[in-house]
Design a protein around this ligand. Sequence first.
Ligand SMILES: [Zn+2]
Length: 127
Amino acid sequence: MSKWVDAVLRGDHSAAKDIANQMSSPPVLSGDISTVSRWLREKRRGLTRAGLVASSGAAMLRPDGLETSFDFHQRFEWERWFLDRDSCEEADCEHKYCNDVRASSKLEVAATQFEIQGLELDWIGIC
Ligand SMILES: [Zn+2]
């Protein structure tokens, strides 16, 4: 993965494509958040989780509806973002973000590098 990232950051698209083609789960690169979200939804199966992750310093995501400001992130319940389901059918579910746009797999709220520590997503869209 690090070689692919290095090729992408160098702007060597040909090398990045060659490296990606050799990977068992090749990364996909897009400048369109709706394309990324559609790809993530297509990849998810069963109870696997997807989520968007962005740099805390990202300043160009507001037009795409993603907020990375500290004021927003400090009040958000990130454990609920990770653990609650986008489509929960439990009758007595007490999960605060189940069936809610705040669950990670709904792809409406992006976590930053500070919130993703220690928990896992199966499919990640890096913004
Ligand atoms: Zn639930």
